[in-house]
Write a protein that binds this ligand. Structure first.
Ligand code: ACO
Length: 319
């Protein structure tokens, strides 16, 4: 099927916010956050804009792939929160890196990277492209209620990009959506129309944590099971799992459910928290640069998020 991953590159803000610092802002503590989530610190945008980060990640991925921006045939940016409502963040990236190709955004919340891979697969299948850039980035610090301890401890800013080329290293991919705006919702800002009659919710993240937790464990387990079966391989063939970094307990429970050795799950949630759609490619990039991934490895990736959406895939690492 579809493509091969030619290169990866990340970008995260400079500022590191520790659990101890958060404990001075809301009633929480390092021990609660570590044991309930696995998070020790996260990066928060102070000076950086989403454009700074998306462009940095894009350039890093191009360099890692050995591809020039002029060789790109398509740019997809997965984000919930580009710099503007329009133009898309992908169009801004295209201009900044000097590419000359179609560019658009996709919003599938934390599952956005897997959704973008699936879209790219269609372009490769139709032979419309030779090189595709996917940039997945969110800055949730922008839309978190910093007085709500049940959500503000969970998230961070950052993300990563990948460059795809022609190949057959995508072995299977699956997406799901279940429309639901009760358990996880980030409303738009104020409607400026003087005619609008509806009551508006605050433009911050609203989450029923326990409900998302149950959905997440189920989505990760079912998604990986289906993608493994569709790829025609066994669970034991998987060398590495790159899971959405939302909560270490969700990752541990999914590993147990699936009977995959926990050591095979690559985790960097300790340092970044949940970076939404940036999370899976950020972990993939760090696994790439840490030498965790070996040529020929079978890698499963999976994510879940608002929508409710989920995505999973199995690829052969061929770098
Ligand atoms: N510090 C200290 N205590 C806290 C904190 C905090 N930061 N937050 C909540 N508590 C308290 C609660 O008030 C509660 O106290 P009580 O028992 O006196 O009422 C207690 O801790 C337990 O709260 P729970 O909500 O039951 O804690 P739980 O163990 O379920 O963990 C968590 C909460 C971490 C949110 C978990 O449910 C979770 O990870 N859910 C999934 C979140 C997720 O994956 N989100 C993805 C979003 S993706 C996207 O698309 C944006």
């Amino acid at each position: 099927m579809g493509f091969t991953i030619l290169g990866t590159g990340k970008a995260v803000p400079e500022y590191v916010m520790t659990n101890d610092e958060l404990s001075t802002m809301v009633e929480t503590n390092d021990e609660w956050i570590r044991t309930r989530t696995g998070i020790e610190e996260r990066r928060i945008c102070k000076k950086e804009t989403i454009t700074d980060l998306t462009v940095e990640a894009a350039n890093n991925a191009l360099q890692n792939a050995g591809i020039q921006a002029s060789q790109l045939d398509l740019i997809i940016c997965s984000t919930m929160r580009g710099e503007n409502i329009t133009p898309s963040q992908a169009c801004i990236i295209q201009r900044e890196i000097g590419a000359d190709c179609p560019a658009f955004d996709v919003n599938a919340a934390c599952s956005g990277f897997i959704y973008a891979l699936d879209i790219a697969d269609g372009y490769f299948a139709r032979k419309k492209v030779k090189h595709v850039l996917i940039v997945s980035m969110d800055n949730l610090s922008n839309i978190i209620d910093w007085t709500d301890r049940s959500t503000c401890v969970l998230f961070g800013d950052g993300g990563a990009a990948v460059v795809l080329g022609e190949g057959d290293d995508l072995l299977s991919i699956n997406l799901t959506s279940v429309g639901n705006d009760e358990v996880l919702l980030i409303p738009h800002g104020t409607n400026s129309s003087p005619f609008y009659e509806h009551e508006e919710k605050r433009a911050v993240l609203h989450m029923m944590g326990g409900e998302v937790y149950k959905f997440a464990v189920n989505a990760m387990s079912a998604g990986i099971r289906k993608s493994v079966s569709d790829a025609g391989i066994e669970m034991s063939d998987i060398d590495c799992v790159i899971p959405h970094q939302a909560n270490m307990r969700i990752i541990n429970a999914s590993a147990k459910n699936l009977g995959i050795d926990r050591e095979k799950f690559f985790c960097n949630i300790q340092h970044y928290g949940n970076t939404s759609s940036g999370s899976v490619p950020l972990a993939l990039d760090e696994a790439n640069h840490a030498g965790v991934l070996k040529k020929g490895d079978i890698v499963a990736m999976c994510a879940f998020g608002a929508g409710l959406t989920s995505g999973s895939c199995v690829i052969r690492w061929n770098k």
